[in-house]
Design a binder for this molecule. Structure first.
Ligand SMILES: Nc1ncnc2c1ncn2[C@@H]1O[C@H](COP(=O)(O)OP(=O)(O)OP(=O)(O)O)[C@@H](O)[C@H]1O
Ligand SMILES: Nc1ncnc2c1ncn2[C@@H]1O[C@H](COP(=O)(O)OP(=O)(O)OP(=O)(O)O)[C@@H](O)[C@H]1O
Ligand SMILES: [Mg+2]
Ligand SMILES: [Mg+2]
Lengths: 257, 257
């Protein structure tokens, strides 16, 4: 059964895109069929895989009722890894969809044919840093939420807010089944701040936290400028080891058929 | 004459809030009368100054026509530093304002009484990481834009997008006078990636770039958890020295009367 995972955190710069791209690539490398959807107008996931902006190929059309998601899917040069690119036009979706009555469930409705067809094992949604329409649509469409979390104070403060939003999405009926499936500590550097943040997160989220912790590594920040996932840019480095370990732990939680 | 500065960059986690709070505090310390407006639903600038969430005190009301900005201004415990706090209610503003015809210039109109009255030397707007309504309203209301920029690839890619948005705000007549007043390099650690990004930025922005570069320092990330600006949390450290230098350079560009 296909699973849809929203990689989201309204706090900016916590590693959402880096996690979406590298988890997708590592899962595909293990044989899982993956669709990565770039929901961010910044289109960072798109350029991290080496694609230029491709106007008209984003979810913008399907969100406002023009065309289907399936038509927007493009292959990448890595086996089992497919992409719906992001684009600046998604900014317009925030305004156009806001004016509609069903502004929460537009993406969920557009996803239904993909759910029925299930050509993928997992769909990952890379969300923009916001609490706006694109993010709430992703939460309404997803089975679960994966929260990348920087080991810093503002990120910790944001966890309460995202939990509030998840409760609202569940309680209003847009997506009663939505769960927080995982919390991933990112850009970890051993210092007092990080250690105290991790301690705090563990008391609130316990088992949900991935055992894999992603270390801070400049190679992870360099890889996107070459349009490569980390397992191709630095196959033997810390970043690749961490994201491969995350993919393995992820498949333990969601075994492939 | 009062100047309104939007501290903005749609890329998440680049140091917008850290810069807004610490530049505001250092300018106030030098005697300038400062209003800091937290336009982010995350309300990070608000908590960085030690305030809890204060529902109903944000710009949300004035944006939808209820009350004035002046009523939302609260004093802080630092002389010359005033605040309009952020709040989760601002998420609603994105949706409500999107539905109005004048959705670009609501904040600019609400600012007019403050411009006429000019009780402050500078108003700093801490923007959320997005290209949505709150950010565009800030650009339409501001005299100039200060862009904090992390020395990394995605941040560099985003510069082109923010320049595009500035051109659109100017060309559509919402704010023909808007300029990019400064680009600030943040979280600087000497490595190849940072050096190549700075080189790239210099060819596009030249003189606009502040000579002051903010180094990466864990004290800057710790200070908000104590509700203190860096010049109070670590008065003799690197972070304080950098933001004091930035405040001095800022006043060279905008001399006080
Ligand atoms: N583990 C890591 N080590 C070092 N740098 C990292 C790591 N993870 C991400 N980065 C870098 O940190 C910055 C922020 O990461 P990224 O863009 O993935 O976050 P994001 O949450 O997607 O940001 P946004 O909120 O703008 O969408 C990027 O420049 C990225 O290259
Ligand atoms: N110079 C610095 N050295 C070390 N850490 C820093 C520095 N500047 C900011 N930080 C930390 O990096 C993180 C991102 O900074 P900040 O929240 O100010 O960015 P932002 O652009 O306001 O983020 P958002 O896009 O979510 O609004 C925060 O945890 C902050 O404490
Ligand atoms: Mg991202
Ligand atoms: Mg911020």
């Amino acid at each position: 059964r296909m699973k849809i995972i929203a990689v989201a955190n309204q706090k900016g710069g916590v590693g959402k895109t880096t996690t979406s791209v590298n988890l997708a690539a590592c899962l595909a490398h293990l044989g899982a069929r993956i669709l990565l959807i770039d929901l961010d107008p910044q289109a960072n996931a798109t350029s991290a895989l080496g694609f230029p902006p491709l106007e008209g190929q984003s979810v913008y059309g399907p969100l406002i009722g023009h065309g289907t998601l399936a038509e927007k899917v493009i292959p990448t040069r890595w086996p089992h890894l497919w992409l719906i690119p992001g684009d600046l036009e998604l900014v317009g979706a925030e305004i156009e969809v806001a004016r509609a009555d069903d502004h929460l469930t537009r993406l969920r409705a557009a996803m239904q044919p993909l759910r029925d067809d299930a050509p993928f094992d997992f769909i990952l949604l890379d969300c923009p840093p916001s609490l706006g329409i694109l993010m709430t649509n992703a939460l309404a469409a997803a089975d679960e939420l994966l929260i990348p979390l920087q080991c810093e104070y503002f990120a910790l403060e944001g966890l309460g807010k995202i939990s509030q939003v998840v409760d609202q999405i569940r309680d209003c009926g847009a997506n009663p089944q939505l769960i927080i499936g995982g919390v991933l500590m990112t850009m970890f550097m051993r210092n007092n701040l990080a250690t105290s943040v991790i301690g705090e997160v563990q008391t609130h989220f316990g088992e949900v936290i991935f055992k894999t912790v992603i270390p801070r590594s400049v190679r992870l920040a360099e890889a996107p400028s070459h349009g490569q996932p980390i397992l191709e840019y630095e196959p033997t480095g810390l970043g690749t080891a961490a994201y491969k370990a995350l993919a393995t732990e992820f498949l333990q939680r969601h075994p492939l058929p």
